[in-house]
Every structure is written in C-alpha cells, then in structure tokens.
Design a protein around this ligand. Sequence first.
Ligand SMILES: Cc1ncc(COP(=O)(O)O)c(C=O)c1O
Length: 432
Amino acid sequence: MTGLSSLTTAQLEALEAELARDFELQRANRVKLDLTRGKPAADQLALSDPMETVLDGSFLAADGTDARNYGGLRGLPEARALGAELLDVDPARVICWGNSSLTLMHLVVDTAMRFGLWGDERRWNRHDRPKLLAPVPGYDRHFSLSASLGVELVNVPMTDHGPDMQAVLNLVRGDGSIKGIWCVPKFSNPTGCVYSDDVVRALAQLPKQAAADDFVVLWDNAYTAHDFDFPGIDLLPIMPEADREQTADHVVSFASTSKITYAGAGIGFVAATEAVLRVLEGRMGYFSIGPDKVNQLRHAKFLAGRLDAHMAQHAALIKPKFEAVEAALREGLAELGVADWTTPRGGYFVSLDTRPGLATEVARLAAAAGLSLTPPGATFPYGKDPDDRNLRIAPTFATLDDVKVAMKILVLCVKLASLRGEISTRKESAAP
Ligand SMILES: Cc1ncc(COP(=O)(O)O)c(C=O)c1O
C-alpha cells in the first residue's frame, strides 16, 4: 500500500474489501486480548520476590527505629534516601508514605485546595473555579483526581519535549484562577516524551510568571527510573532550578516503586521544601500514626545501590514488547500515512494518533475483533478528545506473543477505519 491520497477511489474500494475480509477472518478467531493495562506483568513482579526475605528477621532501621512500631510520619531515612535518588532531591526534602504516589497527589491537591500548602491564606478555593493545566494527551487519573476535588482542567498541547510552554505562559500570565500544572517529565504517560532542559527550566520559572500567587508545579516523576537502556536518559532535575529561581516552595514532586517492585505493595514518595513538607505532615497526622515502615525497610535494603541493575531487568522483559509495537505500526501503517505514533525510550505507554475523528471507530472495530483498547478520550480531561484521534497503547501486561497478535488487529482496524473514512470523504466531496 502507498499513501491513501495517491490511490484512486476504485483502488481504495478494492483494498477496503480485502481488509474487510481479513477483519472477518480475524473476528472468527474469537481472541480476547487487552492493551489497556498499564501495569507490570507477573514476570516483572517476580523480579522483586527476593525482597520477601531481605529483612531476615531484622527490623531495625539505620537510625535504630523499630520499623514494626508506630511513628515516623516522614518515613525511614533509608527509604527517604531511595526517594531522593529517584527524584534527584535532598533526602531531607522527601516524605515516604503509603503504597502509592497517587494518594500523595490527592493529599497535595486537597491540601492546596482547602488549607493551602504554605500555612497561610493562599488556598486554591479562594477562587470560585480553580484550575490546573493538563498537558494533553496525559494521565487520566491526574484529571479525575483533580475533578473529584473541584479543580477544573484546562488542556494545553504536549510536544515531543514537554508541554507547549508558550501556550502555558499565555494561559498562566493572565489568569489567577490557574493554580498549577500536571507534569510527567520523564516518559510521559502516554506519549513517552522526556522534557527538555529548556522546558524544565521554563517550568521552574513558571510560578514567578503566573498570575496566581499559589501556583504549583505538580511533578509526577512516575517513570524516572524506567529506561529501556542503561545508562538511562538524564532529566534535568527541577529542584536546583527552582531553588535558583526561588520558586522551590511551588514545586511538589512525586514518585513510587509501583512499577519498580510491586504495583500495590510498593512505597510512595512526595518531595517538596521544608515549608510544604511541614504542612503536608500536619495534614497526614490526622489520618496516620505512621506509614508501613517494614515495607520501607524491605524496599530500601532490596534496592540500595542496585536500582539501575534492577530496572535493567525490567527493561529486558518489556523492551521487546515495545519493539513489537513499533515494528507493527511501522510495517503496517508508515507507508499509508494514516497515523502518527511515539517511539518511547522508556516508560509504560505508546501514544497513537489516528486521522481525526477515527479513534472511537478504531476502538469499536478492535473490540469487535476481540481486542480491548483504553477508551478513546481517556487521555484527555473529562474523557473528551476534541479531535477523537488519540489511543493509548499499554503493552507491558500482555505476553509478547499476545502483543504481536493484538498489534496486528490494531493495525488492521486503523487501516480499515482510515480507508472507509477516505472513501466516504471522497464520496461526500464528489456529491453535487
Ligand atoms: C504518570 C503516572 N503517575 C502515577 C501513577 C500511579 O502511581 P502509583 O501507583 O504510585 O499511585 C501512574 C500509573 O499508571 C502513572 O502513569
């Protein structure tokens, strides 16, 4: 096949008939495949099973804390050091708490909204309609978390190097109700892009340029260690930049070991300046007497000095799945010119853009052929992709063989939807 526009309508129709036959054959296979699940596969989880025995009955932390007992809201020093390594910050700026960074993001947005992050009157709910910027496509749970707390989302375009900073500046300079921006700076969900140094610097300056005096950069570094090749890609650390710009009180970072050890039984991290940590700790004191420090100790002992080696083991398992996705898209779609996709060098997702208006149809066809895709629109606030073109591919959980079959189906569905779209556009424009 060559680019669609160079084919005659008769050629398009012949091709459509051929693909429709392939599609029916595929449907008859009655497969049940799933590319929706952005979670580690069982073989990845098994990499951390030796963690089970690492404590060997010894529960004392380096500072003498008995990990089995109450207390220590900020977490054990060695666990905070692990968070500091992940987030490229001083361990004194890290709280390690709970099994999930999402909980900590909820705490931060809720605190910013109702109490303020700085112990003064700067609460987001001073405004009737506080808003956060959402680089799109982005992570659906950032959007639903914000909306559930009464914060509206405003779309800004994502580029290959991070959010479109000119668009961001235009918005934040003139509107004091815009209180912050969600960022996934390394291997962004779903595009996989890594923010450039210029974008990181521009984001560190942003709280000074924003009309809001309570602007916060929400730095969700969920995939900081999740390179496919080692040594990994260096992301410019934002905190030293923010320190230099004197905006550090307005940057809050997050990470977890969900996709390093166990998704569901990992440990979560939040990093910020002392002023912000004090306020967060105050809020935590109302719902916790201390985190699960036994799990913190286990993690610290298991990962100390071998984070990259451990992540390289993950990479060996998942990189072939991403290569299979890329090969299927390149071989199936490149010549046709009907889709764009990302080729991430780490993380958990590939972002696929169909021709405008076709993502829903592709997902419908895929479902009919036994392949579940993340619902189109999920990568946009309120589930609304204005162009109906973005699809998120999550290849880690399925087996490599299943990824290959699933991608064959997906490519077929994209081709079929694109051909049908082109045929009907031509018919419409030919109509008197
Ligand atoms: C960007 C991003 N942040 C956070 C999370 C969830 O992290 P946690 O398990 O630490 O709550 C995910 C999970 O997919 C994610 O993609």
